[in-house]
Write a protein that binds this ligand. Structure first.
Ligand SMILES: Cc1cc2nc3c(=O)[nH]c(=O)nc-3n(C[C@H](O)[C@H](O)[C@H](O)COP(=O)(O)O)c2cc1C
Length: 347
């Protein structure tokens, strides 16, 4: 079976690899542009993207809006390829941030962690393409039905399975007991839902599979289940081009099988992360949250074991913190380059 280019509306990626958005600050313009230059799609994470702006602590929303424009501009200076942005639908000021990225002419918005029902309205009258992230056929159906009320279909659908990194769209007990469906099964089910809409509306909606893809044979297996594209994140972390601090990359290289764990994130969802001192200490003792960035509407600083924004920012800056990762890091054991990762997956 031959892998084909990935077409999302009028955007054509020469190779069907999408680098997944990694917040906070793990995938910014440098990593995204490097992937786009290889012919794939690079994704800038829009989550708390202003964390390096001098006024981030005092003026968080403005700092984030400014950084969205800066990172898109930097990516455009480095590549003529396709650049996407990832935003979590459940975050405060989600609509404001998406609108800013659209204003800055981002090619594609990819959005999950909550149902991104507002996306059609936010990209109306623009050329920006939209793709929801789902972990079940049921979620795909709910989103498509809602988007059709705005006369819009997804331009692509990202299917994120149980082996992905960061927040997971599964129940905590499914994750702990291993009673989840495999990515391949979910891709097959989502494909089935989508094909009925493709027929009805005479369009092609590519399905992009994500979570735990490490080899070309993983890709071929998902391609046989009908996936058109393949979203990879963890393999791009220990690359020279990745925007995270060296210590973050080393955490991936040094992680043993037992170090990758399922946690209950302060936002209430299960998540996958590497065991760090920060994580162990805060799970055992909790920690006092001294500054709230008001990132999530449901989060109460008095009820949480740690501040997720602070944990992720500390880690990406090289300090002890919260290091999200996908499952199966065993094959990820050296610093490499984006080109080498892509070659190992495609050739
Ligand atoms: C460090 C890290 C941060 C992530 N942050 C986000 C995020 O902010 N938003 C999101 O939708 N997905 C996020 N993800 C999920 C990835 O984009 C992706 O779909 C998934 O991890 C792919 O699996 P893989 O890491 O095994 O390749 C993150 C993953 C990692 C590893």
């Amino acid at each position: 079976m031959e892998l084909k280019e990935l077409k999302i509306g009028n955007l054509t990626a020469r190779i069907p690899i999408v680098q997944g958005g990694m917040g906070i600050g793990v995938s910014l313009s440098n990593l995204a542009a490097a992937v786009a230059n290889e012919g794939g799609i690079g994704t800038i994470s829009g989550v708390q993207i202003g964390f390096r702006e001098p006024d981030f602590d005092t003026n968080t929303v403005e700092a984030n809006l400014r950084a969205i424009a800066k990172e898109i501009k930097k990516a455009r200076e480095k590549t003529k390829g396709i650049i996407a942005m990832n935003f979590m639908a459940a975050m405060n000021n989600y609509e404001l941030y998406v609108k800013k990225a659209v204003e800055e002419k981002i090619d594609l918005i990819v959005s999950g962690a909550g149902l991104p029902l507002a996306l059609p309205k936010l990209v109306k009258d623009s050329a920006t393409k939209i793709a929801p992230i789902v972990s079940s056929a049921k979620a795909a159906k709910i989103i498509i039905k809602s988007w059709l009320k705005h006369d819009r279909l997804p331009d692509a659908v990202v299917v994120e399975g149980p082996l992905a990194g960061g927040h997971l769209g599964f129940k905590m007990d499914e994750m702990l007991e291993g009673t989840y469906k495999s990515l391949k099964e979910i891709v097959t089910e989502v494909k089935e839902i989508i094909s009925s809409y493709e027929e009805q509306y005479s369009v092609k909606i590519p399905v992009i599979a994500a979570g735990g893809i490490r080899t070309k044979s993983d890709i071929m297996e998902l391609a046989e289940a009908g996936a058109d594209g393949f979203q990879i994140s963890s393999m791009f972390v220990p690359t020279v081009e990745c925007d995270a601090h060296e210590n973050f990359k080393q955490a991936y290289i040094n992680a043993q099988k037992d170090d990758v764990m399922i946690i209950k994130s302060p936002v209430g969802m299960p998540a996958r992360a590497i065991r760090t001192k920060f994580l162990t200490d805060s799970m055992e003792n909790g920690c006092i949250v001294t500054k709230c960035f008001k990132c999530m509407p449901e989060c109460n600083p008095l009820d949480i074991p740690y501040c997720i924004s602070r944990g992720l920012i500390d880690a990406v800056n090289g300090s002890d913190g919260l290091v999200f990762s996908g499952a199966n890091l065993e094959s990820i054991n050296k610093i490499t380059t984006v080109k080498e990762v892509i070659d190992s997956l495609i050739n």
